[in-house]
Design a protein around this ligand. Sequence first.
Ligand code: BGC
Length: 417
Amino acid sequence: MITRKVAALAACAAMLSVTAGNAVAADTVEVLHWWTSGGEASALNVLKEDLEKKGVTWQDMPVAGGGGEAAMTALRARVTAGNAPTAVQMLGFDILDWAKEGVVANLNDVADQEGWGDVVPAALQRFSKYDGNWIASPVNVHSTNWVWINKAALDAAGGKAPENWDELIAVLDKMKENGITPLAHGGQPWQDATVFEAVVLSLGTDFYKSALNDLDPEALGSDKMKEAFDRMAKLRTYVDDNFSGRDWNLASAMVIEGSGGMQMMGDWAKGEFLKAGKKPGEDFVCIRFPGTQGAVTFNSDQFVMFKVGEDKQKAQKMMASAVMDPVFQSAFNVVKGSVPARTDVPNDAFDDCGKKGMKDLAEANSSGTLFGSMAHGHGAPAAVKNAINDVVTQHFNGELTSEEAVEELKNAVAAAQ
Ligand code: BGC
């Protein structure tokens, strides 16, 4: 018995030494990410398999938690311990914050050789480069102002997808009457904030930009902001009693099986529908959050390469290059629910929601209605984002009135800067 225990302990120790960052072999990349839901894992496999075909071994470091907050905490611990992973999934302002600390690698040689500068939109390059140097390779563009609706539930509620706030409320009311949970939602701060930013956008593109990108105190403290919170309070009435703490993919599952009518979530939700074998237009409908048509709040997952020993740099550069390959970008984003991070990838392989995503992005980019998602790290640095998330969540849970939330929001943003 004791010998068995000792053997088991030895096996554990051996496993631990393999998984510790120090033990990464030359052609191995250790990748920290938060893609742990079914749809996300399928997309991750596309990348893993692509690299493995090229002779690069994948060492997985998943840290569950939508939006990536837990992953960022895990990253801090690793870097502080002097043991950074090879590559890290990261969003917007977090990338720049890490770059400021001088711990990320320089990818200029791969980027220049492959002409990334010509094909990556400026809105993404703003975060892929620091001080003129490439430090990250963008794998996708997600957008957050989407609603995913169960088609049968929509048909039972009149069949017409809502195009403005009043129509949205009418459909939600009808779904309630029909005995389902109209709004499938997970009560976690980042999910509340994802809905909130769509609501803010639905009250005007200038309003979104001034409040959630420019952090203008006047917009943050305005009557319009009170209206945004009132709308959130209204949406709260369509959520079921068990929403607290629910993961986003479980809310997607409610819409997939029809106990929930719709989910207001970024297009990673589409990955869950596809993974469940559901088809856009037949089983589910994708629309822009009513009132936000023509505008896009985006976030882009980028792989930030950290400074690692010379022996690991070859695999690191191979990964950076593989991520930017146009054929890979198509294959990956078809599964992930996002759209390519390069402008030269054909849309043929994408379903109707994906094609719409690509078209909307290009149009918003040229008409000045493309904005960074606050909830997903592209509106302001993490300190401000977290301050906003806190207020939105407190209000959504009835701890603040709309008036109080407006005041808190203005003060919290000022204090976090
Ligand atoms: C990321 C997505 C991810 C989602 C939920 C977002 O912040 O950009 O890639 O699927 O969080 O985990």
